[in-house]
Ligand binder design. Structure first.
Ligand code: B3K
Ligand code: ZN
Length: 886
């Protein structure tokens, strides 16, 4: 496999001014005729006299039927064909090339290019799937206007969709029909889409701010037609939000979403024709949890927002992926935050970042948000590019403030609309309006690893001064050592011993959020940490203050700040920054759990502090219940792992269990009350208070499962029986799955019976068992692989069992005998030849062997070796396995 390097970027010698595609759809032999109008790229490097540059097009897994140049069919000696390229040595400066290929959608199990899902045709082209349809300049900086003609059987394909606007439809002889689509917006091939099949749809309209009426359609299999309404309202809300917050309007006459059951990831932002994993479209009370609803809303928004940040302005090359992904994740996070509790949304996002992105940043695949090299680009659709990328955008937002941020976004859109550009150009646009110099900030784009910020405090009572010293460092990562300091925005405040916020003599003022009732002092200030070590002095501080640092998690760093248990408990109760109130509780809990690892027992004082703080939270009726739920949730194993050098998982899991049990015991009574009394009857399913109530009740139930089943088993069984929504039903079932009661099997059987005919619900039946803490878990999961409803070829089903186990069941996955690792490696080996992208996603939990302590280290490594030696690997799996073994 070849390594591609960022610095080798060259513009193409050729431009494709127009492409006309004709599809004769057939399940096993689809004919694709592609007519490319080519011209030499004036921006390409000048070559000396002689023949002009040749043309090399990418293509794979498609059978070349013919090539014609300006109407003349080429003989095989006129071009060179390899497994991945078509090369034509000589072409006139302007010419038309017609290429005919034949492809087999039915046998396409990799779900990239044109494939079939539930008998329908659909495509997935990002990043490099278009080359599996026809030979093309399959790269994001080649923008072209597409015309698409689709011909198929009326009976099997009554619906035929492509990007843009439908311009004609005709009925042909022999039961076939034909449609034509025109997309006026030049786009790269990765945004091409085609869908054809027997689909039902709902429709609605949206009138843009400037008064254009847009037709909105959601296409699904007929039996799902009643589950699309929430997706439609999410779409309309997203369209309105982008107009109101960014002044960005939709730009075609119609916007279509298609839900398919077989999809490698979440969804895809193809121009005017988004294709979605059905799990991010379909939702109703009986099948979707509150979390699922929020997921639908967020992903619909994310893909819609790509229309500007991704499609109108795209990436010059795939190293710039975070240009569209980090920015669009930031935009969807802001959207969700505006619609729901901003603090809870921030907590959820930070939890994900810490649990998964920090792990990536400390493993063999650590890379900057703008990577420097790759073997397989699909391996770089990572938490780093997406989630850390969004954190980098968030820091720019913080450094600029909301008003200048919006101005800078206007400059970005104005400058780059209709082009393929770079992360550097994005920061250039920010710099045009920023007060701060962003030169050093740019290092975030090239630095891998999670920086650490160490804090020390010194109070000088004589001069009423407080000195705060912040020192940063960033660990070595593969290929990067001795990193330069980053520009880290640190939002902070000082409190006096009564919990009042102090006015600060140092730092930059923060702009008030629109609806904030906070004073300037409560909001705090912004410190620009730019040196390796820097001391900030605050004058006029009359008594030793309490510091609240990194409010709202203002930078994606690990903070090392040695404070007492009392200080953390004080912050939990008094910090005006609600995020930091939660954070203080997480730190206290982390200390307690890691303390068990060191001392073999629970530190009674720390437990008393945390237990008391929980008591205050439980009793505080003024708190949002969803926030309470977050405050009563301990840091997860994968988050805790991030603060350890070497991890003994079994010991860590035992310590986590010991602390969970102790806290549950302390508050058992109050938790039982929450389970039974927090739920609101008679209100709308998605009423915010009802959702928060369920979140709190189910968090309480999950905590109770650490206690003997006799205490909570009946509660869970009753909840299962009474549930009128999926959130409560699955939470009850998840609790029962940890235990051993008769109710466990009864409820599983009942759930299974009800899931028949609904694939997303059946996925939950698998996932809930895969995350059980039963000691027989590895055998249980292996047995589920043999279940009649298990489908290894369906990515959702596969993930619901295998990825749920490997990522969300640390106790099972890290079983001391290595069975969990072996199980996962077996799945990777079995899947790689069928679907490399999904197989590669399963490799990452095995990548961390170097961080493991004891025999686990070697057991995990052996499984990587076994994958490596299992036969020819896809570039996807090869890259991850070889980097992990380096
Ligand atoms: N852009 C797509 C992801 C494509 C992944 C290709 N392996 C979805 C998204 O981020 O919105
Ligand atoms: Zn995206």
């Amino acid at each position: 496999p070849v390594t591609i390097n960022r610095l080798d970027y060259q513009p193409t010698d050729w431009l494709i001014d127009h492409v006309s595609l004709q599809f004769e759809l057939d399940p096993t032999a689809t004919l694709v005729t592609s007519e490319l109008t080519l011209s030499r790229n004036p921006a390409a490097g000048q070559e000396s006299n002689g023949p002009g540059p040749g043309l090399t097009l990418q293509g794979s897994d498609c059978e070349l039927r013919s090539v014609s140049l300006d109407g003349v069919k080429l003989a095989p000696e006129d071009y060179q064909l390899s497994a991945t390229e078509l090369h034509i040595a000589q072409l006139p400066e302007h010419c038309v090339l017609v290429i005919v290929t034949c492809i087999n959608p039915e046998s396409n199990t990799a779900l990239e290019g044109l494939y079939r899902s539930s008998g329908n045709f659909c495509t997935q082209c990002e990043a490099e799937g278009f080359r599996k349809i026809t030979y093309y300049l399959d790269r994001p900086d080649v923008l072209s206007v597409f015309d698409v003609t689709i011909t198929a059987d009326v009976a099997t394909c009554p619906v035929m969709l492509a990007n843009g606007n439908r311009v004609s439809h005709e009925v042909l002889e022999g039961g076939r029909h034909r449609v034509q689509w025109h997309d006026p917006h030049p786009k790269p091939s990765y945004l091409f889409a085609l869908v054809a099949g027997d689909l039902a749809h709902i429709e609605d309209h949206f009138t843009t701010a400037s008064g254009r009426k847009v037709l909105l359609q959601i296409y699904v299999e007929a039996h799902n037609i009643d589950r699309c309404d929430f997706a439609m309202s999410s779409l309309k809300a997203s369209m309105r939000w982008d107009e109101e917050v960014y002044g960005l309007e939709y730009d075609l006459d119609c916007f279509m979403i298609v839900a398919v059951d077989d999809f490698n990831m979440g969804a895809m932002e193809n121009k005017g024709l988004n294709v979605f994993n059905s799990r991010f479209v379909l939702a109703d009370a009986q099948s979707a949890t509150d979390t699922d609803y929020m997921g639908v809303e967020a992903v619909i928004a994310h893909e819609y927002f790509h229309n500007w940040t991704g499609n109108r302005i795209t990436c010059r090359d795939w190293f710039q992926l975070s240009l569209k992904e980090g920015l669009t994740v930031f935009r969807d996070q802001s959207f969700s935050s505006d619609r729901h509790s901003a603090t809870v949304k921030r907590i959820e996002d930070v939890r994900l970042l810490r649990a998964r992105q920090f792990a990536e940043d400390s493993g063999p695949m650590a890379h900057p948000i703008r990577p420097d090299s790759y073997i397989e680009i699909n391996n770089f659709y990572t938490l780093t590019v997406y989630e850390k990328g969004a954190e980098v955008i968030r820091m720019l937002h913080t450094l600029l403030g909301p008003v200048k941020w919006r101005q800078a976004m206007d400059v970005y859109v104005e400058r780059h609309d209709g082009t393929a550009t770079t992360c550097d150009a994005f920061v250039d646009a920010m710099q045009t309006v920023a007060d701060v110099d962003l030169t050093q900030f740019r290092r975030w784009y090239s630095t891998a690893g999670t920086p650490e910020v160490r804090v020390s405090e010194e109070y000088d009572s004589q001069n009423a001064r407080f000195h705060l010293t912040l020192s940063q460092s960033c660990p070595d990562t593969p290929g990067q050592s001795d990193k330069l300091p980053l520009h880290i925005p640190v939002v902070m405040g000082l409190l006096d011993q009564q919990g009042n916020s102090l006015s600060l003599s140092n730092g930059r003022a923060l702009a008030a959020a629109v609806d904030s009732s906070q004073t300037d002092a409560q909001r705090g200030v912004l410190l620009d940490l730019t040196e390796a070590s820097q001391t900030f002095t605050f004058e006029g501080v009359d008594a030793a203050p309490v510091v609240s640092l990194l409010r709202g998690f203002s930078a994606p760093v690990k903070l090392v700040h040695d404070v007492t248990d009392e200080t953390l408990a004080f912050l939990m109760a008094n910090d005006p920054d609600t995020f930091n109130r939660w954070e203080a509780g997480q730190r206290l809990a982390t200390r307690l759990i890691l303390g068990v690892l060191q001392e073999g027992r629970i530190n009674a004082d720390t437990l008393a502090s945390l237990g008391q703080a929980w008591g205050l939270i439980l009793a505080d009726d003024s708190l949002d219940m969803a926030f309470k739920a977050e405050a009563l949730s301990l840091p997860t194993i994968d988050t805790l792992e991030g603060s350890l050098e070497q991890v003994d998982y079994q010991a860590l899991i035992a310590a986590h269990a010991m602390v969970s049990t102790a806290l549950a015991e302390k508050h058992a009574e109050a938790l039982c009350v929450l389970v039974t009394e927090t739920r609101q009857a008679g209100v709308a399913l998605l009423d915010p208070a009802a959702m928060s109530g369920r979140k709190l009740a189910n968090t309480a139930l999950a905590l109770l499962t650490w206690l003997p089943e006799s205490l909570w088993g009946p509660l869970a069984a009753a909840q299962y029986a009474a549930a009128d929504n999926m959130t409560d039903r699955i939470a009850a079932l998840a609790a029962l799955c940890h235990g051993d009661s008769a109710a466990r099997q009864d409820c599983l059987d009942d759930f299974h019976a009800k899931a028949i005919g609904n694939r997303l619900v059946m996925d939950k039946w698998f996932a809930v068992q895969a995350t059980s803490r039963r000691s027989s878990i590895v055998e249980d999961v292996a047995a589920l692989l043999q279940h009649a409803d298990f489908e290894a070829g369906n990515p959702n089903r596969l993930r619901s069992l295998v990825a749920s186990f490997a990522l969300n069941n640390p106790g099972g996955f890290h079983a001391a005998n290595g069975q969990g690792y072996r199980f996962l490696a077996d799945q990777v080996i079995a899947l790689d030849s069928r679907n490399p992208q999904v197989a590669a996603r399963l490799v990452s939990p095995l990548g961390h062997w170097k961080r493991l302590a004891g025999p686990a280290r070697d057991l995990m490594r052996q499984e990587l070796v076994r994958i490596r030696d299992s036969g020819p690997l896809s570039p996807d799996v090869f890259e991850l396995v070889s980097k992990a073994l380096q």
